[in-house]
Design a protein. Structure first.
Length: 167
């Protein structure tokens, strides 16, 4: 009887090691998938909406704020004549929120993605230089670094404002 219990213990230990490694791999893959999906969805939504930034009659973009961690603009459905970006019906604001790492990225005060290590928005003028004013912005690069369960993921995208590539 003791011999059977000992043999069962040895067989169980041999089987348990691959099962444990498989379970760890599954948890790692699930964590990686979650962080990949959240970062991808956030940057794709930001890119799609920023691309539709409204323009004034003089072809300058309707941008209220452009910092390294926030971007506020009027979209194409807003008051194009006045670029009324501060009206609650036609502005979009993407911003990094939080006092410490990890941060949250919000769209108009609603969480878009969490577990963000950093959000960096860089602005370019028509000659790929640093714009002197928000009206000179023609292109943005967005970088989101997310972290979850020890995994770090970097998402990067560039956005040309609508109909402004050649200006």
């Amino acid at each position: 009887m003791i011999m059977v219990i000992t043999l069962l213990g040895i067989v169980a230990a041999i089987i348990a090691i691959p099962l444990l490694q498989g379970a760890r791999g599954w948890f790692d893959a699930t964590t990686r998938e979650g962080i990949t999906q959240s970062g991808r969805i956030a940057i794709e939504r930001m890119t799609r909406e920023i691309r539709n930034t409204a323009r004034r009659a003089d072809n300058t973009p309707c941008i209220a704020e452009a910092t390294v961690t926030a971007f506020e603009f009027s979209d194409a459905s807003g008051d194009l004549a006045n670029c009324n970006v501060l009206s609650s019906t036609n502005f979009i604001r993407f911003s990094r929120i939080g006092a410490g790492v990890p941060y949250t990225i919000q769209r108009n005060g609603v969480d878009l993605v969490d577990n963000v290590q950093s959000l960096t928005i860089t602005y370019y003028n028509s000659t790929n230089g640093v714009p002197a004013a928000t009206t000179d912005i023609r292109r943005l690069s967005i970088e989101i670094i997310s972290t979850k369960g020890g995994e770090i993921l970097r998402k990067y995208n560039e956005v040309y404002l609508s109909n402004m590539k050649g200006y």
